[in-house]
Design a protein around this ligand. Structure first.
Ligand code: SAH
Length: 351
């Protein structure tokens, strides 16, 4: 049987090397090559030829296949639809093992927005990922392959990752956790935890675990509405973890980690962008170590909801600022392409 070596830790690769009759340090060499994005054993020039031959017979290094790529020529944003698995039937309609990632260029470096699941279970009313349904969790190897393949295709290094693609990362906690540790490993990408951010729809046990496990990483919470009634209507997860408990967990997070938390607030015209909504947002976030990221909703036809205007978004950011709450309107990257999570996969299914 062929063993896929992508997504294994140094320890696991040492174990593998030993099982192949090699010295453990060969495992570390493998780890270095794999995390540089090399998938051809012949390129691993510091491994003995006999071991390379054995690897070709018994192992492989998985990778993501680019099913679609859209580029925004103005700002360099690239949106990928990645296929997983090597069966070659990933493009079969309706049973698509595909997830999205978005490559973005910022002044401080390149960021990849990574998916953690194929589809999503959360069912948020405005989100295209929910419409496509839930298929399965992504493995640490599949998350890593999004980074390595994006680097190979763009020819540019990825310095930051945000887990804000398809899926709910805290609904797949263990795999996300292993993925972050792999990225952090000094023999691999050596990415600082400070350059990693995870976004959750509000799974409280996940927030608590994350604060303990990754106190240096960034956390974003999707709020979108500030009453339980309103939030439950668009985010069913709120019935399980209501707002007050969520905000308490957020406060605890800032206390444990000393880090500012990011709140995402997708602006939906007439639904959460009225004066009373802004007043409530101000009131409930008062005194918290936080930043509010305002995102005019990306229209997903099926939802029947529309985004607020950029002008209204900027007015809300100013108003929050006057109330002592740091807020910005998300820079619109990739406006030429399907920017919102799940949109590319949804289109692929419908085409
Ligand atoms: N499940 C996680 C991460 C994925 S979504 C979470 O909910 O946070 C990343 C962000 O995009 C979330 O804040 C999500 O609510 C938001 N989002 C989803 N659909 C959107 C849309 N159509 N327009 C704008 N933001 C959207």
């Amino acid at each position: 049987m062929t063993q896929d070596l992508l997504g294994l830790t140094i320890e696991e690769l040492k174990q593998f090397a030993t099982e192949m009759g090699e010295k453990p340090f060969r495992g570390k060499q493998l780890f270095v090559w794999i995390n540089r994005g090399v998938s051809d054993f012949d390129e691993m020039t510091d491994l003995p030829a006999s071991f390379r031959q054995a690897l070709k017979e018994h192992a492989c290094i998985g990778h993501a296949t680019v099913l679609r790529m859209q580029s925004d020529h103005k700002d360099g944003t690239k949106k990928f639809l990645f296929g997983f698995g090597s069966s070659g039937d990933t493009e079969e309609k309706g049973s698509l093992d595909a997830a999205e990632a978005v490559f973005m260029k910022y002044k401080y470096g390149n960021t990849l927005c990574v998916s953690s699941q194929i589809g999503c279970r959360m069912g948020c009313r405005f989100c295209a990922s929910a419409l496509g349904g839930f298929k399965r969790n992504l493995t640490p190897a599949e998350m890593l392959s999004q980074v390595l393949t994006a680097e190979n295709v763009t020819g540019e290094p990825i310095n930051h990752i945000v887990i804000m693609g398809m899926g709910e990362p805290f609904d797949n906690y263990d795999s996300v956790s292993k993925f972050l540790k792999l990225l952090h490993d000094p023999a691999g990408k050596n990415m600082s935890y400070r350059n990693m951010t995870v976004s959750t729809s509000g799974i409280i046990p996940g927030i608590r675990r994350f604060a303990e496990d990754f106190p240096q990483a960034g956390l974003a919470i999707s709020l979108h509405r500030m009453t339980d009634e309103g939030r439950s209507a668009i985010m069913p997860i709120n019935r399980k973890y209501p707002l007050e408990d969520l905000l308490a967990a957020a406060r605890d997070y800032t206390q444990i980690t000393g880090r500012r938390i990011t709140f995402e607030y997708a602006l939906i015209r007439g639904e959460n962008d009225r004066e009373e909504d802004v007043a409530l947002l101000k009131k409930r976030l008062q005194g918290m170590l936080c930043h509010v990221n305002l995102i005019p909703l990306n229209k997903v036809e099926e939802s029947g909801m529309t985004g607020s205007s950029r002008k209204r978004a900027e007015a809300i950011a100013e108003e929050l600022g006057r109330g002592g709450i740091s807020a910005t309107v998300r820079r619109e990257l990739g406006s030429e392409i399907d920017g919102a999570c799940g949109q590319l996969r949804l289109r692929q299914i419908k085409d």
